[in-house]
Design a protein around this ligand. Structure first.
Ligand code: ZN
Length: 75
């Protein structure tokens, strides 16, 4: 067993409910980020957003967040 705590991973929940993130993106936590809250604040700096959808909070990577905003706008 290692003495180091396992880092928190915040993974992308995908552009919509049925679709997985095409990049399987996850926030790359900085060395000092130990909690989910700290990791999410790292992600925000890289363009990650949190969305509420049907009562759940989702984490979206920059790619999926952009896709969700242009939903159906482009063919
Ligand atoms: Zn994504």
């Amino acid at each position: 067993m290692t003495a180091y705590p396992i880092g928190v991973e915040v993974a992308c929940d995908g552009p919509d409910e049925q679709t997985d993130c095409p990049d399987s993106a996850a926030v790359r936590a900085r060395f000092t980020s130990r909690t989910a809250r700290q990791v999410r604040s790292d992600g925000r700096r890289d363009g990650w957003v949190r969305r509420r959808r049907t009562g759940r909070l989702l984490d979206l990577c920059p790619g999926c967040a952009a896709g969700a905003e242009q939903d159906g706008a482009q063919p």
